[in-house]
Design a protein around this ligand. Structure first.
Ligand SMILES: [Zn+2]
Length: 281
């Protein structure tokens, strides 16, 4: 599952490439999109801006039309110069938005729909999102209240609930809890407000560091090296994620991994640095 920071970076890259430009060609394999394009053509519209809400990427066109896409597990947006060879096979293409200078191509994006601004604001996908860690307006107190309302969940599950906090995926979930020194399977109800506050600020610091660092952008809009340890060494980028059985970077204890939840997502932690309190599940 992509993390909010990669969507944010994709949005920023697309914003630089597309904002203020006129659409010269629109193509999609989704009939729901091409139907709209037939009725109210994209060609000739201006791309006003591209931004992100949680893990949704929004492309705003002139004439009150917004394209919402969600990457889920395998989706990505790339940008190419006209005629440049794509880095993914043509049959993975889902959407093309071309301008005179750039072709933006969505590959394997499973969720895509057009809406007016008003319909988008009302849609459950957007209206239900919790405070977004990567926006200026992020409200940590509201995020903490929403986490507290999920007292029966483990903190690992609660952090992935986009209606509590928007933007955290599986990698940041494990990294955040390591940095905050909280055992991932602690019930939210067993955590103090101070601890929840520490978790929320750790998540914000880790994710924001990654959107600053990758400001250079690039052709590939969506993947990129992610770092939480602050180390330049590529083999030392993350604290615990993907490191099952390897020694903890802080204390040397082997890192644990457990799959949990409806999608069997892996959680990584250090039993010594993140001791489980009484409420551990
Ligand atoms: Zn440790």
């Amino acid at each position: 599952m992509p993390e909010g920071d990669s969507i944010f970076r994709a949005a920023r890259t697309l914003q630089r490439a597309l904002a203020g430009r006129t659409v010269t060609r629109f193509e999609s394999v989704f009939p729901r999109l091409t139907r709209i394009d037939t009725d109210a053509p994209l060609r000739g519209r201006t791309i006003d801006r591209v931004d992100a809400r949680g893990k949704h990427l929004l492309i705003w066109f002139s004439g009150d039309l917004v394209l919402r896409t969600h990457m889920r597990m395998h989706g990505s947006w790339h940008i190419y110069r006209p005629g440049e060879r794509w880095q993914r096979p043509h049959h993975d293409m889902r959407i093309v938005i071309a301008t005179a200078a750039i072709e933006a191509v969505a590959f394997n994006v499973p969720v895509a729909e057009f809406a007016t601004a008003a319909a988008l604001a009302r849609s459950p996908a957007i209206a239900g999102l919790g405070p977004d860690l990567l926006t200026e307006a992020f409200d940590p107190d509201e995020a903490i209240r929403r986490l507290e309302a999920r007292g029966d969940l483990s903190i690992a599950e609660a952090l992935l609930d986009q209606t509590a906090i928007a933007g955290i995926g599986n990698i940041y979930k494990s990294e955040t809890l390591f940095v905050a020194r909280v055992h991932p399977f602690t019930r939210v109800a067993a955590l103090s407000r101070d601890t929840l506050s520490r978790i929320v600020s750790a998540a914000a610091i880790l994710m924001r560091a990654n959107i600053r660092e990758s400001a250079a952008g690039g052709i590939l809009a969506y993947s990129g090296p992610r770092r939480t340890t602050g180390r330049a060494d590529p083999s030392a980028r993350l604290w615990v994620y993907g490191r099952a059985g390897k020694p903890c970077r802080r204390c040397g204890t082997p890192i644990q991994r457990r799959r949990h939840g409806p999608h069997a997502r892996s959680t990584y932690w250090c039993e010594r640095c993140q001791p489980g309190p009484g409420g551990t599940m």
